[in-house]
Design a protein around this ligand. Structure first.
Ligand SMILES: C[S@@+](CC[C@H](N)C(=O)[O-])C[C@H]1O[C@@H](n2cnc3c(N)ncnc32)[C@H](O)[C@@H]1O
Length: 233
């Protein structure tokens, strides 16, 4: 399944929303929480800063950043799929968290004359956008001077390298069969192709330079399975 239109992405994430957190934790053995914490640690949001979590999904990163910018800063979680965003909102209600703002919006359509952010983060979102370059340009334009951004996603390794073979087998032999139990295999089958269509480390760096970022760092974690991309404007 190839995502060509935002509408398709929205449909997929609305459909899997009710099992999203459960499957994320099951399929990563809970490790996605550690990887997200690592991203937040590297970004180091501070009390008083203004942050946005783009493609926030059910809000894992949004809640982590909230703890760091509270009480003088602000954090907004933005996602285009209403069903998944509703889960984030429900989590806020359950924990009586009135600090986080949630907004249903396509990130590529965020108004750039709205307020600028000290920091922007995105986990497993950049790969799903129609255009990575457009996404990074949007992030650049939404950041204040010296603002920083961090992205966590699957790492696109060289074809037939050990990490790539492991990733392919993991997706084909574990992710797709387990999601099939929940009648969601079609929705999870797209991941392998989306990684192949996602720029690799060198290509991401090239795009970030073209967009205008001054400081760029890309590192892999968990045996080259995931990539963390940190950018400073
Ligand atoms: C794989 S999920 C990641 C969710 C969350 N960040 C996490 O790490 O658990 C990707 C999310 O990106 C959202 N998304 C994809 N394209 C988007 C777009 N153009 N604008 C806003 N949200 C988008 C989807 O609705 C989905 O919630």
């Amino acid at each position: 399944m190839k995502f060509k239109k935002n509408k398709e992405v929205k449909t997929i994430f609305n459909k899997i929303s009710y099992k999203y957190d459960f499957l994320n934790t099951l399929l990563s053995f809970g490790l996605h929480k550690l990887w997200k914490k690592k991203l937040v640690y590297l970004l180091n949001p501070k009390d008083g800063e203004v942050w946005a979590d783009l493609c926030c999904g059910t809000g894992d990163l949004t809640f982590l950043i909230c703890k760091q910018v509270y009480p003088n800063g602000s954090i907004i979680g933005i996602d285009s799929a209403n069903e998944i965003l509703n889960i984030a909102k429900k989590k806020s209600e359950l924990t009586k968290n009135k600090f986080i703002k949630w907004e249903s919006k396509d990130v590529l359509e965020i108004n750039e004359s709205s307020k600028l952010f000290d920091g922007i983060c995105m986990s497993y979102g950049l790969r799903n956008l129609n255009s990575v370059e457009e996404g990074l340009t949007k992030v650049f334009n939404l950041l204040s001077v010296k603002g920083r951004a961090g992205f966590l996603d699957f790492h696109h390794s060289c074809r037939n390298s050990l990490p790539e073979i492991f990733q392919r087998l993991y997706l084909r032999l574990m992710v797709v069969p387990i999601s099939r139990i929940f009648h969601l295999s079609q929705e999870y089958e797209y991941i392998e192709e989306s990684i192949r269509n996602f720029p690799n480390r060198d290509e991401l760096i090239k795009i970030a330079l073209k967009v205008g970022f001054r400081e760029i760092e890309y590192r892999t974690i968990f045996f080259d399975q995931m990539g963390i991309f940190i950018l400073v404007k």
